[in-house]
Ligand binder design. Sequence first.
Ligand SMILES: C[S@@+](CC[C@H](N)C(=O)[O-])C[C@H]1O[C@@H](n2cnc3c(N)ncnc32)[C@H](O)[C@@H]1O
Length: 219
Amino acid sequence: MTTAAAPVTPPSAAALHDTYAVGYDAQVRAYECYLAEVLFGLSYEYVRPGESLIDLGIGTGLAAGLYARAGLRVSGVDFAAAMLDLCRAKGFAADLRRHDLQSIPWPYPPSAFDHAVCCGVLHFVPDLAPFLAETARLLRPGGSFAFTTQWPAAGEAAPQPVVDSEAGGMAVFAHSPAYVAALIDQCGFSRRKRLRCFVGEESFLAWVVVLEERLPDEQ
Ligand SMILES: C[S@@+](CC[C@H](N)C(=O)[O-])C[C@H]1O[C@@H](n2cnc3c(N)ncnc32)[C@H](O)[C@@H]1O
């Protein structure tokens, strides 16, 4: 008699990210990946000690830790419990929450933070429109948002959307720079900086945008 094989439930996206949490910091160094340092350096002129910052997809806190050392009050959100545990153990984050950033709304009130950072996360998110709109909702006018997107193989003129590749069972999306630039405008941000940076054979765009002051009749 043959028995039917039990259906295999695919691991959740969060569980896949959990699998590389231990050893993540060492791996980032081994890859000579300095995206966190690039975002911090590009956004440094906009942040001040004592201001608040939310790290979207904080992971083990590699980007957030730099802002904490510069005197910002850091909060973080991530859907991978193992990443959050490692970040919590570093002891610099004032508040850490577990939430899937593709599930809108995020668990914070409007205008809760001065600044936001999102390093090495958006290439896991196919549709950036709700993500950028929700980031704008969380920020105070004049606040900065520093983030990375993956550079598409087809370059500047790449169509949108683009599933670029797969990493460890996870789809990787390389968004067209024109699509990202249009969303920045639509969501009420103004673009301040854009820099292409390389990590091994891959490359990313680092963006810094600032939320426009709203006119009284738009509030
Ligand atoms: C490559 S790591 C980057 C971590 C950190 N930002 C850094 O710069 O080191 C990607 C992180 O994004 C998180 N992430 C990916 N998709 C997410 C989602 N939909 N909601 C919440 N977190 C997500 C993963 O759990 C992981 O911690």
